[in-house]
Write a protein that binds this ligand. Structure first.
Ligand code: SF4
Length: 917
């Protein structure tokens, strides 16, 4: 039994506190007197309910114990308070390394580490040199009121400051307005100059990396002056892993930016590459400190969609009562982070990915500007706003690092034409098609339409918060301009036809309200009547094509179309009024007011386009299909629970709008990747670049990987694990992971099978000292899961699509990739249409080879890496083997033989320490 003193439900300052650690291998409790012992799950749950225990990642411990209500003194919460915006891998080892404590040798030593960690973090708060002291006392006063479990322990250690301290809003710097850049000079990059720039960046000579030099010189062609309007230089460059493509294109890009005074955009698909680029580019573009120019301005800027950044106004609202309970504590910890954050990026930036999951709340989304409700200069924090700062910094930057979706959105509806990207390098170019597919899609669904209603009307039925509708955001315009005021009132009235709170339930119960909900009700009924995807029993989403629809549904579509048009009309009129006011500004319209109207005009344009796309989709339901599009009806579900209903439209070839919107306006575009073409065939890569839409012949070049795949890797195709036998599949995974001693990445095509396999093997592996983590099982975000995997060479990770090419783990931590089966594409309605247009089974084969190539690409990341790629599929067609790099040995064999080879190969590999040495 533990001994502690409790005051009003809190904890006294008496240390050490009892601690609990639970893994798949068991549970360990340590009391205040320093004795650790193994316990059963039941005893651990009782102990945690009885006493606030020290824990590391409470939701994870709760899931290990199978007791969701578990709470305690979570060291990760304390860490985020004491060291805001500081990276840590949220494991015992990660914490120990971050705090310079001894790394525990096994599970049984973890509770002692938890106590040491608590002591170290609390001691830091009392230390005079605590770097994050500013603002801590003020935040703590709020956290005491919120009864945060750590507050009583911190109160005695954090002294009140002698004078009022600066905290979040006063601590953040204001951004500066920057002068508009003149248009870039026309320059031609000389081959020698590019090679010299590359040598400067890599510190090596041309002889040592001839492939990279040739690649850099090829990339320079994308920066040449354009000869014809609407026809950019388009370069497709395949570069095998290890070519050094990042610095390869940064060399000409930085040289061009320097000589021309223009901005280059480098676009990525994954956060892992964005992180790497942030790091590498600062060397290429800086002449005074990392990423900064001599005048202190930023040469390199990372730019993301606005929904990634913290909105300070939303945060203020959350801090002032908008959030309650645990979410209010999260808001305080986010405020601590914001005061120390580099750029306010909440998704993949320096906000720890694990922080939101500790609170099991969706609060984070409410702290960003998801719906474009920004009031710009009308916001008291406008001059400190992270989003506005990043927009301004990117306007004057030499290099903007962005993602594919943002580049496309910016080209399609950027706020400022002068900021549209004109020189673009799409790294991970094989994902441009996918990004274009979602960017140019239309979805007339319940969740999309309710968002629009809220954007127009604002909060209804006493909902809390500062969110405001159009009339509140444009109150001054309405009082000044009668026509504008009338348009706002008409829009508000028309928006009432859109679904409101509770729509999903009403639609599900057959009691829809208003024309759009009635349409959604009919869509849902049709989907349930017609779906034959096999998803009904599995709990997956359901869909049916938009063809041969019944008369009543088509009538409802007509009524919905009318309702949408009635909303679009006043929004267009309002946009026209704003244009007129901006053209002839009244006296009261100062600079900030103008900025706000420009922001509103931009947001309106985007809504009007969305409404027009929805109307076009509805318009065709009764008539013949438009061959440019694929339309279908869907009920989105997760584990049999419905979460959205609606109609969807995708371009059959999304590269057509991409070509119009992105390519036509650009001067130079490069698509590069290790997996652009299919074997030696460029055809599909050219089609998927958008070139045919502009009758453009792209420049094609290919660079072989310098790796020796024949000796560094092998592909093992296991032929005796029966398809559909989950027990056999799980057994194969467990034995392979044991044979390799961890370091395995397991890739699945279905979440259900992933969970089934994980459930069967995680405990067994943990008892052997081999931790197993899994997407869709562990309550941890994907980025953090990869960090954990990278940090522990004995850990293994199971996951689905996002891990297939979002993982860059060089070295010993990743030495085995296991695919459960051939990654066939999901036979959806969209896929069926593209397959038909793209050559039938040859189309499928191209997709599968690309997926295999991407997955294989995770294995060998450097010349020192060794590893095996296992596919558990007897029926692995030989025509897919060209997915692997030339020279890679491929063997078909039994599981026992594969285990033998994996164990043999691992025993010959250098350990992490040896490779580091
Ligand atoms: S300017 Fe807009 S996005 Fe920025 S803090 Fe204010 S409301 Fe939020």
């Amino acid at each position: 039994m533990f001994h502690f003193r409790s005051i009003a439900g809190g904890v006294t300052a008496a240390l050490p506190l009892p601690a609990l650690h639970a893994s798949h291998g068991g549970c360990w409790l340590r009391d205040g007197a320093g004795t650790t012992r193994e316990s059963g799950k039941g005893e651990a749950i009782v102990a945690a309910a009885d006493t606030p225990l020290l824990l590391l990642n409470a939701p994870l411990v709760a899931s290990r114990l199978g007791y969701p209500d578990l709470s305690g003194l979570d060291l990760l919460e304390l860490f985020s308070f004491v060291h805001p915006a500081q990276f840590v891998v949220p494991t015992p080892k990660g914490l120990a390394q971050a705090l310079d404590l001894p790394v525990p040798g096994g599970d049984e030593h973890v509770p002692a580490l938890l106590q040491q960690t608590a002591e170290a973090l609390l001691a830091q708060c009392a230390a005079p040199d605590w770097p994050a002291r500013e603002g801590a006392w003020t935040a703590l006063q709020s956290l005491i009121r919120l009864r945060w479990s750590w507050a009583p322990l911190l109160t005695v250690r954090i002294a009140a400051p002698a004078k009022a301290e600066r905290w979040l809003f006063s601590r953040l710097p204001e951004w500066e307005e920057v002068a508009e850049r003149p248009q870039p000079a026309q320059v031609v990059l000389q081959r020698e100059a590019v090679a010299e720039q590359l040598a400067r960046l890599t510190g090596s000579t041309a002889e040592s990396r001839p492939g990279q030099v040739a690649y850099a010189q090829e990339a320079a062609n994308a920066f040449a002056p354009r000869s014809r309007e609407g026809l950019p230089h388009l370069l497709l460059a395949q570069a095998g892993t290890g070519t050094g493509k990042t610095l390869g294109y940064l060399a000409p890009a930085s040289l061009w930016a320097q000589l021309s005074g223009g901005t280059v955009w480098v676009s990525t698909f994954t956060r892992a590459l964005q992180r790497q680029l942030r790091h590498e580019s600062r060397r290429a573009f800086s002449d005074s400190g990392p990423g900064r120019r001599a005048d202190g301005s930023q040469a390199v800027v990372v730019r993301k969609g606005r929904e990634n950044y913290l909105c300070l106004l939303n945060l203020e609202d959350a801090l002032q009562g908008g959030f309650t309970g645990r979410a209010a504590i999260l808001a305080q910890l986010v405020a601590r982070w914001a005061a120390y954050s580099q750029d306010g990026d909440m998704i993949g930036g320096d906000l720890p990915g694990w922080l939101p999951t500790l609170f099991r709340a969706r609060g984070i989304r409410a702290l960003t500007d998801q719906r474009g409700e920004c009031v710009y200069a009308g916001c008291p924090h406008y001059r400190k706003c992270f989003i506005e700062r990043s927009v301004r910094a990117s306007a004057g930057a030499d290099l903007v690092i962005a993602n594919h979706a943002l580049v496309m959105v910016n080209a399609a509806r950027g706020r400022d034409a002068g900021q549209r990207p004109t020189r673009i390098v799409f790294d991970e170019g094989h994902h441009v098609f996918e990004a274009a597919d979602s960017t140019f899609a239309a979805a007339l669904t319940g969740s999309e339409t309710i968002e629009l209603r809220r954007w127009v009307i604002g909060p209804e039925r006493g909902s809390k918060g500062r969110r405001r509708g159009l009339s509140a955001r444009l109150a001054d315009l309405a009082s000044y301009d009668e026509a504008g005021g009338k348009a706002i009132a008409a829009a508000r009235h028309a928006a009432e036809a859109l679904p409101g709170d509770g729509w999903l339930q009403r639609v599900g119960e057959g009691m829809p309200s208003g024309p759009i909900e009635m349409l959604l009700g009919a869509v849902r009924a049709t989907v349930y009547a017609r779906d034959e995807s096999g998803g009904q029993d599995a709990g997956y989403g359901l869909e049916t094509e938009a063809a041969q629809l019944d008369g009543p549904l088509i009538e409802l579509a007509g009524a919905a179309q009318t309702a949408l048009a009635e909303l679009r009309g006043p929004l267009i009129r309002l946009g026209v009024r704003i244009e007129a006011i901006l053209a002839e500004p009244p006296d009261w319209l100062d600079g900030p007011g103008r900025a706000r109207l420009e922001g509103a005009r931009h947001a309106l344009g985007w809504r009007v386009d969305t409404l027009a796309a929805w109307e076009a989709l509805l318009d065709r339901l009764g008539g013949p299909a438009d061959p440019s599009f694929v339309d279908w009806l869907a009920v989105d579900r997760a584990e049999a629970r419905e979460f959205d209903v609606g109609l969807h439209r995708r371009w059959l070839d999304p590269m057509q709008p991409f070509a119009k919107v992105v390519l036509e306006g650009a001067h130079g575009v490069m698509l590069t990747s290790a997996t652009l073409k299919d074997g030696d065939d460029w055809d599909s890569a050219v089609v998927r670049s958008g070139a045919p839409a502009l009758q453009l012949a792209p420049r094609l070049s290919s660079f072989e990987s310098p790796f020796d795949y024949a000796s560094q890797a092998e592909v093992l195709i296991v032929t005796d694990v029966p398809k559909g036998d989950v027990a056999a599949l799980a057994g194969a995974y467990a034995r392979l992971i044991e044979a390799s001693g961890g370091g395995a990445l397991g890739l699945f095509t279905a979440i259900r099978r992933l969970r089934a396999v994980h459930g069967r093997i995680a405990d067994r592996l943990a008892r052997g000292g081999l931790p197993l983590y899994a997407q869709h099982v562990d309550p941890i975000d994907t980025g953090t899961l990869v960090d954990i995997f990278r940090d522990d060479p004995r850990a293994s990770l199971l996951g689905t699509d996002a891990l297939r090419d979002g993982v860059d783990v060089p070295g010993h931590s990743l030495r085995l990739v296991v695919m459960e089966q051939v990654p066939w594409p999901k036979p959806s309605i969209l896929h069926r249409a593209r397959r038909l247009a793209g050559g039938g089974s040859a189309f499928d084969d191209r997709i599968i080879r690309a997926r295999l190539a991407q997955a294989f690409g995770r294995l060998i990341r450097s010349r020192q890496d060794h590893g095996q790629f296992v596919v558990l599929s007897a029926a692995f067609p030989s025509r897919l083997l060209s997915a692997f790099p030339p020279g890679t040995p491929v063997t078909r064999l039994t599981l026992d033989q594969a285990l033998h080879r994996v164990a043999g190969s691992v025993s010959q590999m250098p350990t992490q320490q040896e490779s580091d040495a």
